[in-house]
Ligand binder design. Structure first.
Ligand code: CP
Length: 331
């Protein structure tokens, strides 16, 4: 693996290798020695053209725990505002010493374009491109789901996939790179995926995706052989990508597709086939009171903070696998 651009590119073996390496990294981070020397002398650049809290900070933490040097670049306040191109920006960063570029960009396909270009020899990691993909988010979600799924079955997470797990992804699928990366990865790992959304927030062509589609959250929450899901992943409503045309309205959205207190109570009372409560996930940032109630946001069933912690382990694994095997990625 030279770059990480999309979960659609990952085989089952590659995905499990990243998750198992992340488990090793999590074990290292909780021991007394908090740093590994693996990437000493290597430089990771966080190149962010869109805002971020979790992804940028956890890539920084991951790189530092592997002893890499980190440079943080935010397009705001840089020479991008003077018209500097992506090519010139990246070549400038490589001239300063970058070995890996972790890029978030508003344009779908930006990371793939950079990786396919001859502008740089750096490893490229997609940290979210437009509405297209966010592969490390899906990997940290898979790590979180795998821990819960294997714990419920009394199994060791290492080497396990998600065969038989039923995951509902709820909300603004249309604008969600998190949903797309999760769908491809969850299917590769053997999970069943149900999408739940208003028709206006589903992409054209969704019927060709390897998923079930529900327009009613109440119907989806009662579906399946166990009468409910193993996990529910709530998505943020991305009002900033809707150009002012917020449809349905926030109030209608919450009433029909939000994880309200009433729906939380139903999930609390539901038991999966393994006898566990379903897991609630959210990639963050959460819009409390829109797609998720305050009670659901703060529920012990909500994995949102575990997801953030797992993000550091997953990003350590990705950086380790991409950078530690060669002096420089010129293959
Ligand atoms: N989940 C996620 O990508 O969060 P940030 O936008 O804060 O990085």
């Amino acid at each position: 693996m030279r770059h990480l651009l999309s979960t659609a590119d990952l085989s089952r073996t590659e995905a499990l290798s990243i998750l198992d390496t992340a488990e090793e990294m999590a074990a290292v981070s909780t021991r007394e020695v908090k740093k590994l020397p693996t990437l000493r002398g290597r430089t990771v650049v966080n190149l962010f053209f869109e805002d971020s809290t979790r992804t940028r900070i956890s890539f920084e933490a991951a790189a530092k725990r592997l002893s890499a040097d980190v440079m943080n670049f935010s397009a705001k306040g840089s020479s991008v505002s003077k018209g500097e191109s992506l090519k010139d920006t990246v070549q400038t960063l490589e001239a300063i010493g970058a070995d890996a570029i972790v890029m978030r960009h508003w344009a779908s396909g930006a990371a793939a374009q950079l990786a396919a270009s001859d502008w740089t020899d750096c490893a490229v990691i997609n940290a979210g491109d437009g509405t297209h993909e966010h592969p490390t988010q899906a990997l940290l979600d898979a790590l979180t789901l795998r821990r819960g799924w294997t714990a419920a079955h009394g199994e060791d997470p290492r080497g396990a996939d998600l065969s038989g797990m039923r995951v509902l992804i709820v909300g603004d699928i249309l604008h969600s790179r998190v949903a797309r990366s999760n769908i491809w990865l969850l299917r590769t790992l053997g999970a069943e995926v149900g999408l739940v959304a208003p028709a206006t927030l589903l992409p054209v062509g969704v019927e060709k995706w390897p998923v079930s589609v529900f327009y009613s959250l109440d119907e989806a929450l009662a579906s399946g052989p166990a009468g409910g899901p193993d996990a529910v992943m709530m998505l943020r409503v991305q009002a900033e990508r809707m150009g002012g045309a917020y449809f349905p309205t926030a109030a209608e959205y919450t009433r029909r597709w939000g994880l309200t207190d009433d729906r939380l109570a139903r999930l609390e009372n539901h038991r999966t086939a393994a006898g566990a409560q379903p897991m609630i996930l959210h990639p963050g940032p959460m819009n409390r009171g829109v797609e998720i109630s305050a009670a659901a946001a703060d529920s012990p069933m909500n994995q949102v903070l575990d997801q953030v912690s797992h993000g550091v382990s997953v990003r350590m694994a990705v950086l380790h696998l991409l950078l530690s095997s060669s002096e420089r990625n010129t293959a």
